[in-house]
Ligand binder design. Sequence first.
Ligand code: ZN
Ligand code: ZN
Length: 362
Amino acid sequence: MTVTRSTDRADQLAALLPGAELDVLLVTDLVNVRYLTGYTGSNGLALIGTDLRAFVTDFRYLEQAAAEIDPSFDRHRGERELLAGLAELFPSGELRMGFEEANLSFRKHRQLRDVLPDRVELVPVDGLVERLRQVKDSSEVARIREAARVADAAFAELLEEGLIGRTEQDVAFALFEKMHRHGGDRPSFDTRVAAGTHGALPHAMPRDREIGRRELVVVDWGVQLDGYCSDCTRTLAAGEPGAAETEVYAIVLEAQLTALRAIRAGVGAREIDSAARDVITAAGYGEYFGHSVGHGVGLAIHEGPTLRQRSDAALRAANVVTVEPGIYLAGRFGVRIEDLLIVTEQGSEILTSIGKELTTVG
Ligand code: ZN
Ligand code: ZN
């Protein structure tokens, strides 16, 4: 697989280091390593400084690394315990090295302190590479777009097969199999299929229980393609829906459409959340919408920016985010509607192509 622009990415990261008062960043989060170098294996790290592009893996991954890694990086063979040989890779003199505090365990931090000379100061860093990942380049957008297309195609086939009488697990597995057949690599997270009262649990796992008539069914699924994820939710009616279900569905849909209309580069993440939340609150269901309205999607299924009240961030062009309000009525049913979209200067481009009117399936 060729990885485009990873040289640029490492350069962009190096350009951020002086502002963070760092000489070098040690990248141990494997998603970040992949983003910067192209490496897709499960043991590797990168060191990036102004003039430093080093990658370390152990003997099991040498060939893979040779094939995948951007040529701007010097490749090094380390022990399986990669931190052990790190000291040799450092330029001379005193320097401040950032490490990814969300990824490096306490034990590894201690090990790092032991192997590095005192002239290297260890500085915890939060989300530097993640900040770069929030703005997608064209090759990333192309992969996410294709992942969304695969997920949509699989779902369309699922609808033709019906839901009533099948177990939640059967439906989840069928969706997985269809995504695979349409070219997806693997699900981007465990497919959720939640019928009836189970739908009131936002992260319900599919059960070995048949979907009944007159139940709403929340289906949340996504697929990975070349590492990039898609994410979508639809709520379906298995047989004719009741009046309460229809009413709540209409409120969630209005909330979702209102939030979508509010999206464009420069708008605060909090404002998008409020746009949806205000509709749901005005309808009297505010307390039943307990999660944030959306999240970024890329190499990880959940990444920045998060569209929530506790955010001061503004959307930027080429962010890829979800908008997914929901209403969850414990003991009764749940509704969530989620689209995946690219933020643009003028608004957004929605990558999900599936209709959002309440669809009745037999
Ligand atoms: Zn989802
Ligand atoms: Zn989501």
